[in-house]
Design a protein around this ligand. Structure first.
Ligand code: FAD
Length: 275
């Protein structure tokens, strides 16, 4: 461990968790969010030299992405699903992608976080560790509001567990002020799968619309287990239900604009899948 005037640099997870439990430190991954509002008196725990946070590997069920892997590393890894690569492709610029991490994107808890949207729709789970143990929780349970998570002051996000299967048939759109280097005004990710004519997966997540990323599992359930013909007959009902459920907040753009874009993207997703 090396102690600097502004924090600690460690080279393994055990040491990082010990420091996290003993001192009031702010985890620092790529710093691309933190440095925008840098505080002079902050004491950082630098995470970028911890091997346990820098690896990408897979087991039977999940692709496991270390929280301090940069976007560039994730993009270049052959295990990374294409839907996640697409979101990285539209995220910031290469300089930010070389420093920014998926863990930082999640822990910053912005509803505009582009990769968090993909982790939401993919049913990803988060492996969170402290010196006294670990817990794994669905990403949806991690957020309690804009900029607010359930992460305890002695915990670190260590890995993102992305299910290996069912991510092939996807729809992803990021709507911003320009084609590149844009923070999303609305982002949408959808997953759709069928088996023997029956819908087995129907999932949608909306980013940049409310205080947290939105997903309505009860509405998704209306289509799961249905035939395509049944889904087509339920289409108008589903659209009406989403129209009621999505209540955007005003930001740089109006709530009405956000609502129209959400509904257009939802319809486009249904059209693309023949519903
Ligand atoms: C010019 C610019 C353009 C950008 N464009 C986009 C964009 O298009 N899309 C987008 O989504 N974001 C964008 N961002 C935001 C930012 O780059 C991302 O959110 C990035 O993923 C943050 O990762 P980081 O490693 O830099 O996080 P950091 O700044 O290091 O940390 C962010 C937060 O997460 C916490 N944290 C980090 N890692 C952990 C961990 N392992 N455990 C616990 N807490 C942790 C930190 O304490 C901090 O609160 C942009 C930023 C800039 C400056």
């Amino acid at each position: 461990m090396v102690a600097f005037s502004n924090g600690y640099l460690v080279d393994n997870l055990t040491e990082a968790l010990k420091i996290r439990s003993e001192f009031e430190v702010t985890p620092y991954a790529g710093g691309t969010d933190l440095m925008v509002e840098a505080k002079d008196d902050a004491v950082y725990l630098f995470l970028n030299k911890i091997p346990e946070l820098r690896r990408i590997y897979s087991d039977d069920e999940y692709i496991r992405i270390g929280a301090a892997c940069t976007y560039t590393e994730i993009f270049e890894n052959t295990l990374t699903p294409q839907i996640l690569k697409d979101s990285i492709d539209y995220l910031a610029a290469p300089a930010i992608r070389n420093m920014g991490t998926a863990g930082g994107n999640i822990c910053n808890a912005s509803p505009k976080a582009d990769t968090a949207l993909i982790f939401y729709v993919a049913d990803a789970k988060l492996r969170i560790c402290s010196a006294s143990g670990e817990r794994i929780l669905p990403i949806e349970d991690f957020y309690v509001g804009r900029g607010k998570t359930v992460l305890q002051r002695d915990e670190l996000l260590v890995e993102i567990l992305v299910p290996k299967f069912g991510l092939e048939h996807y729809y992803y759109k990021k709507v911003g002020a320009r084609q590149a280097l844009a923070i999303s005004r609305v982002a949408f990710a959808g997953l759709f799968s069928t088996e023997n004519g029956i819908i087995t997966r129907f999932a949608m997540a909306f980013g940049s619309v409310a205080d947290t990323i939105l997903r309505f599992r009860d509405l998704e359930a209306l289509f799961v287990g249905k035939t395509m013909t049944e889904a087509k007959s339920l289409r108008d009902d589903l659209i009406a239900k989403y129209d009621q459920a999505i209540v955007p907040i005003r930001g740089r753009v109006s709530a009405d604009y956000r609502k129209s874009v959400c509904m257009n993207l939802l319809e486009d997703f249904l059209n693309q899948n023949g519903i």
